[in-house]
Ligand binder design. Structure first.
Ligand code: ATP
Length: 458
């Protein structure tokens, strides 16, 4: 019999399949979450604990190799080696079934399925891998394998970042991570957690910018049954789920002022009040937050509360953009080449000196994440024993000009006015809101800087 307390995640690109399984399981388990895009899998796992995952093997029309399913199975097990994953495919044969079990799947299901068979397979999978207690968004420990994600880099900047992490991690200090997209902020947050005394407790993430005004409070602070129309059961929020562990709030710079006030109150009082309740719940969390927005500049222009920033940034770590870490490009590229070669059952290729030169010249507006994807593409499409310059294709040739990317930052093709505005914001950011110092760095008088602030509505 299936545990009524189970939470099940179903990942399939066909809406009909998701709908049918949800309907079937609705009365059998506590919660069924459906997802069309496997790219969102890991972020879902970070947010919530699932007792079983039903995973489709093919996501592209006409593709029946199951390779994508194996890839995502690998990612899930890398994140949580104890996950109960049932692979589903319409093209299953004995060989694929055996391969999926060897790759760590708990079981295998052929589509179209018989409902009874699906229920039995699920019940067996839930029993085969008894999990932590159900309920709440995944208060579980971070699996050891996730801890292995090393923060690579030989550059002076990365060495400094690692030294700060080592010092700060064992403390309970709140840490604010700043840096462009893809520079490794979340990876640093995980390292901080893993090296902390809370490492055996949950690491809970919340992308606060993605939460609508209506969802903000219930996601973070929880809600009681009947608190709003869809609240059929009470649910703990991310704060409570992180109790004893670490809460990582991503994209913190993008939340509106009213939500900032609510967050500040929770942090000050060290307690949350679930929506629909008037009973405060004490929380013991270590708070890490991150943003790619120029937070100090936002404070300077009143868009972000200063008192909240002071709560968040007991320690501040700024991750430098990849274009300023020449030395790291080669190291990271070789690392990703090994990872993706192994994942695609290929021998790890060397990078030719010309390929390394091309990568070092490029501006990497998407930083390490973009490099990771560029190497993954090169490995998948490459045929030879080495990676050459022509194996790397950059979506926007403008980014091949490093200086231009530096100026225009993460955006491509932005107008000159915007570049000026960003340059000013970054200078203010670097000087933590001190306009005199920012003006000096920009080669402007204070008055000239004020004129420009006015012009840009900063
Ligand atoms: N120094 C590093 N060593 C190894 N991998 C890295 C490093 N920095 C980043 N990565 C990898 O690059 C990808 C992007 O990193 P991450 O998600 O931590 O960036 P981020 O700054 O949080 O991005 P965003 O602002 O878009 O959320 C991840 O796959 C991460 O593992």
């Amino acid at each position: 019999m299936i545990s009524k307390q189970a939470r099940v995640l179903v990942v399939d690109d066909e809406s009909d399949v998701l709908f049918a399984i949800k309907l079937l399981l609705k009365t059998e388990v506590r919660e069924v979450v459906t997802e069309k895009n496997p790219e969102n899998l890991l972020s879902l796992l970070r947010q919530q604990h699932f007792d079983a995952i039903l995973l489709d093997m093919n996501y592209r029309a006409g593709q029946a190799t199951g390779n994508e399913g194996f890839y995502w199975l690998g990612r899930i097990l890398e994140y949580d080696p104890t996950a109960a994953v049932i692979l589903m495919t319409a093209y299953g044969d004995v060989r694929t079934a055996v391969r999926s079990l060897k790759a760590g799947a708990t079981d295998f299901l052929l589509k179209p399925w018989h409902n009874e068979q699906l229920l039995q397979t699920l019940a067996a999978a839930l029993q085969a891998k008894p999990r932590g207690k159900s309920g709440g968004p995944g208060p579980k420990t971070l699996p050891a394998s996730a801890a292995a994600t090393a923060l690579l880099g030989q550059s002076a900047a990365m060495q400094e970042v690692r030294a700060i992490i080592e010092k700060v991690a064992p403390t309970d200090a709140n840490v604010l991570l700043l840096g462009e997209n893809g520079t490794g902020k979340e990876l640093v947050a995980r390292s901080l957690h893993e090296q902390s005394r809370r490492a055996a407790r949950p690491f809970i993430t919340a992308d606060v910018a993605a939460l609508s005004t209506g969802l903000f409070e219930s996601e973070l602070f929880g809600h009681t049954k009947g608190a709003f129309t869809d609240a059929q059961a009470s649910r703990v929020g991310r704060f409570e789920a992180a109790t004893g562990g670490t809460l990582f709030l991503d994209e913190i710079g993008n939340i509106p002022l009213p939500q900032q006030a609510k967050l500040l109150t929770a942090l000050q009082n060290r307690q949350v009040v679930p929506v629909g309740s008037n009973v405060p719940v004490p929380v013991d969390i270590r708070l890490l937050s991150a943003t790619n927005a120029p937070l100090h500049a936002l404070v300077a222009r009143g868009a972000f509360r200063q008192d909240l920033m002071y709560r968040l940034n007991t320690v501040e770590i700024t991750l430098p953009p990849l274009r300023e870490r020449d030395n790291d490009v080669q190291l990271l590229a070789q690392h990703f080449a090994q990872v993706y070669a192994a994942r695609n059952q290929k021998l790890a290729p060397e990078l030719t000196p010309a390929a390394v030169h091309k990568l070092r010249q490029y501006g990497w507006p998407g930083n390490v994440r973009e490099l990771q994807h560029a190497v993954e593409r090169a490995i998948i499409l490459g045929t030879g024993p080495v990676l050459r310059p022509e194996d790397f294709h950059f979506p926007n040739p403008a980014s091949a000009d490093k200086a231009a990317v530096g100026l225009a930052s993460a955006e491509n093709g932005i107008p000159l006015l915007e570049v000026e505005k960003n340059t000013i914001l970054r200078a203010i950011e670097r000087h933590q809101g001190n306009l005199t110092k920012a003006a000096k760095e920009l080669g402007l008088t204070r008055t000239a800087l004020y004129r420009r602030l006015d012009k840009h509505g900063i």
